[in-house]
Design a protein around this ligand. Structure first.
Ligand code: FUB
Ligand code: ZN
Length: 612
């Protein structure tokens, strides 16, 4: 089995360009904004374990631990690069509280200590193992970032306790977590410490899934938490999208650490099912709010898309693991699509607001179309980002993703160096120093300088969206990567990815996009907002030979102007007219990067636009 080693964000410095700006915003604004909102809502205070029923303190939610854990993990990534007294003080406060309130037997969970202690490991959907997963990830992150092992020591004891309850005594009321996450976290702890106990427990939870007679039950089927069949038999992505992709990421780790080709086959099938049948053009997943879930192939409605920010992050995590198990550019292509579109749209441009759902179409007037029934049972995504949600899983997921985005760029395997993402950056790994000079994705030119790589092969991804690629040195294309022989100790390779504005069609089986096109430039999906078009969006059509121009960079990347076409108002009073009587007129419009929608005003928006 192929096994490349991903280069850690710790060895990659983003030195300029698109992601440097986003990391600065994350470090200077977003991390504090999330901290403040989590403080206002009682999430940090909950770690004092002093809530009592009837007190005026907010009642902890059963997965508040995970919100703070993801915030801690984000803080660790930031602290790895930049000392910060405020972040460090908050990290210390949380870690000391965990040390203080962990049960002598190792158990740690706020809700099931102060609210429902009698139900520890009795309720499959109550996220204790999910919370442990996130705490364990943050513990590993703190150790690796700043050498702080305090939290890992605590979580190591909790893992021992969980192994006792779930593997030795089998005394829990369920066999596998209702919300996956602990699997990938355990493999991560194994990778960091080399301690087999983490790998054994991860293997246990992965292998036990699909055999559990007891499931969440109630309103959802077993596929909601991917417990409908053993994981090696799963070929269709089903159920809650975040749970699914966290599991699939754990399965990719399992394939790697268990050396299990059958598991890898299942991962391949699941990945293809998602990306060929169930993924939005933005890299978002989750076609319905019902169960926050996948539905059936090609069911990708735009205005009711759920496309949770966490789900796009989870997909990127899955893809990022797969790229190191099989050389195929489709994995890094998918991670790239999610990162520039369905993930980034979850964060406002000022760094303090979040979308949980990321629809591809907003129709403000449709929100009031039901005038007769009180509760039509319809649910549309919100149209303005919020600073915090009752269920606020997405904001700290965004902060950790952006702070650790360097994890996605490079891998190595001794004989070769792999470039998966193009970030202006400097990286040192495997005895090699790699410098990438580029304005990508504003521009498709990338200059890679490698020192200490003589005799190795350089694999540089040719993005799936790119139709014309040039390089200044001979290369051959292997599974979407340009392979170059590095002949000198200090060598530069210049790559040019042609990056025109293009219109894209969906597979005709995607009913929602019939007769429509989307506009992309490089990996970035564009959208049309009503404030940039003087006509109802549903009436705007793009000619097949539309001439696009780039304009400014108000949102970090150029906007796109184009002469579209709209229908003129009917000259006679009529709701319907023969097509031959209908007149059209040119209409100049401006498209902006999808990630930037809903930042200037609340207005209609669409990614998929009519074509003519
Ligand atoms: O249940 C924990 C998190 O909250 C899930 O991952 C999200 O989908 C949201 O439901
Ligand atoms: Zn979320």
């Amino acid at each position: 089995m192929e096994k490349r080693t991903a280069v850690s964000y710790r060895n990659v410095n983003i030195t300029g360009g698109f992601w440097k700006d986003r990391q600065a915003l994350n470090r200077n604004t977003t991390i504090y904004a999330v901290e403040d909102r989590f403080a206002d809502t009682g999430r940090f205070e909950a770690f004092n374990f002093d809530y009592t029923p009837g007190s005026d303190k907010p009642k902890p939610h059963f997965f508040w631990d995970s919100d703070i854990a993801k915030w801690l993990e984000s803080a660790a990534y930031i602290l790895a690069k930049t000392p910060d007294k405020r972040l460090q003080a908050r990290v210390d406060e949380v870690v000391e509280n965990v040390q203080k309130h962990q049960d002598p037997n190792g158990y740690f969970n706020i809700y099931h200590t102060v609210v429902e202690p009698e139900n520890r490991f009795r309720l499959m959907d109550h996220h204790e193992l999910y919370c442990l997963g996130h705490l364990l990830e943050s513990a590993v992150a703190l150790k690796e970032a700043v050498g702080d092992t305090r939290l890992l020591d605590c979580m190591s004891r909790y893992v021992d306790y969980v192994a006792r309850v779930f593997v030795e005594e089998k005394s829990a009321a369920f066999k596998v977590p209702g919300h996956e996450e602990i699997e990938l976290a355990l493999y991560r702890a194994y990778r960091c410490t080399g301690d087999e106990k983490y790998r054994r427990l991860a293997d246990h939870f992965i292998n036990a899934r699909g055999y559990d007679a007891r499931s969440i039950g109630g309103w959802c089927l077993d596929n909601y938490c991917q417990n409908h069949m053993p994981v090696r038999e799963q070929t269709e992505a089903m159920g809650h999208c975040v749970r699914a992709c966290y599991l699939y990421a754990g399965m990719a780790d399992a394939a790697r650490y268990m050396d299990d080709p059958e598991m890898l086959d299942a991962c391949r099938a699941l990945f293809d099912d998602i990306t060929l049948r169930k993924m939005y053009i933005t890299g978002g997943i989750g076609s319905t709010h019902c169960g926050e879930a996948f539905t059936v192939p090609y069911d990708l409605p735009n205005d009711t898309a759920y496309t949770e920010t966490c789900a796009a992050i989870a997909l990127a995590m899955f893809a990022n693991r797969m790229k190191d198990l099989e050389l195929d550019a489709k994995y890094a292509d998918t991670a790239e699509l999610a990162m520039y579109n369905g993930i980034l749209s979850g964060l406002s441009l000022d760094g303090v607001g979040f979308f949980y759902e990321n629809p591809l179409e907003l129709n403000l007037s449709d929100r009031t179309r039901h005038t007769t029934v009180r509760d039509p049972g319809e649910r549309l995504p919100i149209t303005r980002r919020k600073e915090v949600f009752d269920c606020s899983c997405c904001p700290p997921n965004v902060t950790r993703f952006i702070a650790s985005i360097g994890d996605y760029a490079y891998s190595a395997d001794g004989d070769a160096v792999y470039v998966h993402q193009y970030f202006e950056s400097e990286a040192v790994f495997d005895g090699v120093t790699l410098k990438a000079d580029t304005a990508y994705p504003a521009d498709g030119r990338v200059v890679l300088t490698l020192k200490g790589a003589k005799g190795k092969t350089l694999y540089a991804r040719v993005p799936g969206w790119c139709r014309r690629f040039d390089a200044d040195k001979p290369c051959c294309i292997k599974n979407g990567y340009a392979a170059f022989t590095v002949g000198q100790d200090d060598e530069t390779f210049t790559l040019q990815f042609d990056m025109p504005v293009i219109t894209v069609c969906a597979d005709p089986r995607v009913r929602a996009n019939a007769g429509k096109v989307a506009v992309m430039r490089g990996p970035v999906v564009y959208c049309l907002e009503a404030i940039d078009a003087n006509a109802p969006l549903a009436d705007i059509r793009l000619p097949h030979d539309a001439a696009f121009s780039l304009k400014g960079s108000e949102f970090g990347l150029p906007s796109i102007t184009v002469n579209a076409v709209r229908t003129q108002e009917f000259s006679v009073k009529s709701l319907y007219l023969p097509l031959s009587d209908v007149k059209s007129a040119p209409l100049p419009v401006t498209l902006i990067p999808y990630y930037a929608f809903a930042n200037r005003s609340e207005c209609d928006m669409r990614v998929w636009i009519g074509k003519c």
